[in-house]
Ligand binder design. Structure first.
Ligand code: F3S
Length: 400
């Protein structure tokens, strides 16, 4: 990979050990992927920050010096910064998690601890080059916002943030963003159907970028696209999809993109409905993977009101209900009031973390969720729990 004179200097360590290590990572990744050089990025999003997953490897982050070169944000950590004791997190874990967080903060990374940076004021512009980890955010940024990022891992996103550049290959290049398979969806979709669709698509398309053709009557909301992105990212290895009218390139550069790939997959109503078949009894309901938006929180509050108001109903015995969101979402009075009302119905609103990356949720047998990403990751990271997919409304109904 070609390096400029300035980049060579960094590579040789003339800008210090930290930048040298970051540049070594960039060069190694660039060489493997035959990148021609590095390109400047506007932002980085760093994952792997929960002490549950990073463990004592964070000591390495502690050794890094200086600050990041571009606006950089952090994925969820392993606990709510304010309510960790209430969550049952041990003091030892909390101490270590705080050290991890401090190590990233010292580098100038914004510690908002969420997987939805694009919904809390860090949305990249159409065409902007970025280096984001967190697959759900990568798919959303590429496919809905038209930004350009590869699916970075924790080390490469951190290295890119420290250099302010990333190797120019993969989804940074227009020729690699063309769809390779058309997925025709032959039924209307709503709510968790998009989680089911994403789960299916990720499994079916392997590394080919899908062009998803929805029925004209299905116009997904931003939150539904968030769930679609998360589920595709969880089960597949593609970093983007196209939907005409939503993905900026699929709307503007139709001819250049070849929006008629030869390979075709059809998705029928039965394929989606198969996800909802389960007779297991949940002992926990978890919503907010990816983190809930303000719109989702308001809707949940209203669904809870309809279910409870005037009926004196309480959440079933032996059942817990959690909602996960970003602390930044809660930073206005209206959202704080909504969270309070939600909690008055017996539901716990948790910030900074999530069901998957926190050690507090590893003892359940059956999880009810509207998230396709949780269907994939709970069995891998949260013990042996079975995961049952449900529409949001049915999750709330099931609680009482
Ligand atoms: Fe976000 Fe945790 Fe899901 S990081 S996408 S809520 S697994």
């Amino acid at each position: 990979m070609h390096l400029t004179k300035e980049e060579e200097r960094i590579y040789k360590g003339e800008e210090g050990w930290t930048k040298q290590k970051a540049m070594e990572i960039m060069v190694a990744i660039g060489d493997i992927n035959h990148a021609s050089g590095l390109i400047p990025i506007k932002s980085a999003h760093v994952s792997g920050v929960s002490y549950k997953t990073i463990g004592d490897a964070f000591e390495f982050i502690n050794r890094l010096e200086g600050t990041v070169e571009v606006k950089s944000t952090l994925n969820p950590i392993g606990m709510d910064i304010e309510k960790w004791a209430e969550m049952g997190i041990s003091e030892a874990f909390a101490v270590n998690q705080t050290k991890v967080l401090d190590a990233y903060k010292k580098l100038g990374i914004s510690a908002e601890c969420t997987c939805i940076p694009y919904l809390i004021g860090h949305a990249p512009a159409n065409g902007e080059h970025i280096a984001w980890a967190e697959s759900s955010a990568v798919l959303y940024a590429n496919s809905v916002l038209g930004a350009r990022t590869n699916m970075e891992g924790a080390p490469s996103a951190l290295a890119a943030s420290l250099i302010g550049k990333t190797p120019f290959y993969g989804l940074h290049q227009s020729e690699n963003r063309k769809p390779g398979v058309k997925v025709s969806v032959n039924c209307d979709l709503a709510d968790a159907d998009y989680s089911a669709l994403g789960f299916l698509i990720g499994n079916l398309v392997e590394s080919k970028i899908p062009l998803i053709e929805l029925p004209p009557s299905s116009l997904p909301s931003r939150d539904e696209l968030k769930h679609l992105s998360a589920a595709i990212g969880a089960t597949g290895s593609v970093g983007m999809y196209h939907i005409k009218g939503i993905t900026p390139e699929a709307s503007v550069d139709e001819k250049k993109l070849n929006l008629e790939p030869d390979e075709k997959i059809e998705i029928e109503k039965e394929d989606i409905e198969a996800f909802y078949v389960s007779s297991s009894e949940p002992d926990v309901i978890a919503i907010g993977c990816p983190h809930c938006s303000p719109i989702e929180l308001k809707r949940l509050c209203e669904l809870l009101r309809v279910e409870c108001e005037g009926k004196g109903r309480k959440i079933k015995k032996n059942l817990e209900f959690f909602i996960f969101t970003a602390r930044a979402v809660m930073q206005n009075t209206q959202m704080q009031q909504i969270a309070e009302r939600i909690e008055n119905y017996g539901v716990k609103v948790i910030c900074d973390t999530c069901f998957v990356v926190s050690p507090a949720f590893e003892h359940y047998d059956c999880v009810l969720t509207n998230s396709g990403k949780m269907m994939r990751y709970v069995p891998l990271l949260c013990g042996d729990a079975e995961v049952k997919l449900c529409k949001t409304e049915d999750c709330v109904r099931e609680a009482f």
